[in-house]
Ligand binder design. Structure first.
Ligand SMILES: [Zn+2]
Length: 387
């Protein structure tokens, strides 16, 4: 009797800094079932079967701690001998709170601002632009501890540092208060006031300036143009440096990390898929020919702007036009996708550098307005998880 191929994984075992990674388990034998354990014990036919359609397996670390997970698995298929058991060791060494790390992506020149990427304990990405007259930090991470305003001041050589928060989610507003206390001008979309309140966050929105579509922020030699792109939150904005073609998109267009597979989380608020698609298409039209790279709020890689947004547009458009038939099981389980078990995805998260997609709650505006609302198949309205 022939053997079943041993299971393999994505991503490969190793050491990670993310607080969560999502693991895919698979055997090269068609139709094989993969049984696994996560506690180091020997898997048997009674061990759980990995079902991709129910979401990838989340493995978690802990900030400031050294955590290890042992995944053991074997595959079996009809008419074949079961495979041997294979073991995969995942180790998490996640950064501790209060510390920020930074890397200089571009030195300042006469006509372009310097660009420094800063990450917090959660590896949330912030971007410090150092102009000739002012510096601007885009987004403020999740960490409320540590002195990010002080670090930005030092990184920009003592220039006044403003803060622009692109949307009001907890992993982007951690240091808002610290910047206000340091005397910085803070821009924040006031349309996200309710989103901020819904997370029970104490952010003094009234002490910030509203950031909306059409305004520009000048740093001297560099001007950032603000575009409103509602969808992820009602007030979400993106900032474009028209001189370099650099687009700072926070979560507006999602991120396409591989190990923590993210799509665009478009319907956390009640924005319909159609309005999100229209917002994206309006933005593409308004910026045609000027976009070069995208710096998202969570990606490690910097994305080719046109290719990535075209992939996202394709996924959303297909969902609007073809409905359920265009959806596939979410990469993350319903519990990890705010209840949504289905997604519109373009490309393969493991092998396509430019894959994109969106987790959906409603397919169309009419579905959202129906009484009761008609959710996309696989959406569980009872499930609500932390961001
Ligand atoms: Zn967000």
């Amino acid at each position: 009797m022939s053997k079943t191929a041993i299971p393999s994984v994505f991503p490969a075992e190793g050491v990670f800094e993310f607080s969560t990674i999502h693991v895919d388990l698979s055997s090269a034998t068609p139709g094989a079932r993969v049984h696994y354990t996560l506690d180091g014990s020997e898997p048997t036919m009674d061990s759980p079967v990995y079902i991709r359609a129910e979401g990838l397996l989340p493995l978690r670390g802990e900030h400031g701690a050294d955590i290890r997970h042992t995944l053991r698995a074997f595959a079996e298929a009809d008419g074949r001998e079961p495979s041997p058991v294979v073991t995969f060791a995942y180790r998490f060494c996640c950064p501790a709170n209060g510390a920020y790390r930074h890397q200089l992506l571009r030195e300042p020149t006469a006509d372009a601002a310097g660009l420094i990427r800063i990450e917090d304990f959660d590896l949330d990405k912030m971007y410090l632009l150092v102009g000739t007259e002012r510096a601007l930090l885009i987004d403020a991470g999740w960490d409320e501890t540590g002195d990010l305003p002080g670090l930005c001041r030092e990184l920009s050589g003592g220039l006044p540092v403003d803060l622009a928060v692109a949307h009001g989610h907890p992993d982007h507003i951690g240091q808002v208060k610290a910047f206000l206390e340091a005397g910085s001008t803070v821009y924040l979309p006031h349309a996200d006031r309710e989103a901020i309140a819904s997370f029970g966050l104490d952010v003094p929105v009234e002490r910030t300036l509203d950031i909306v579509d059409g305004i520009s922020l000048s740093l001297g030699n560099t001007v950032l143009r603000v575009y409103g792109v509602p969808g992820h939150t009602p007030g979400e904005v993106v900032l474009l440096d028209e001189g370099t073609g650099d687009l700072f998109s926070s979560d507006a267009f999602g991120s396409n990390r591989r190990y923590v597979p993210d799509t665009a989380w478009l319907q956390l608020s009640e924005c319909s898929l159609e309005s999100s698609l229209q917002g994206l298409e309006r933005f593409l039209k308004a910026t045609k020919g000027t976009l070069r790279r995208i710096f998202t709020g969570h990606n490690d890689e910097i994305l080719d702007a046109e290719a990535y947004l075209a992939a996202l547009q394709t996924a959303l458009r297909r969902a609007v036009e073809r409905g359920e038939d265009a959806l596939v099981p979410s990469l993350r389980s319903a519990a990890e996708s705010f209840g949504s078990g289905s997604a519109a995805i373009e490309g393969d998260w493991r092998i396509d550098p430019i894959w994109a997609g969106a987790n959906l709650r409603f397919l169309r505006e009419a579905d959202r307005l129906a009484v009761p609302p008609r959710y996309a198949r696989g959406f569980n309205p009872r499930i609500r998880t932390e961001l």
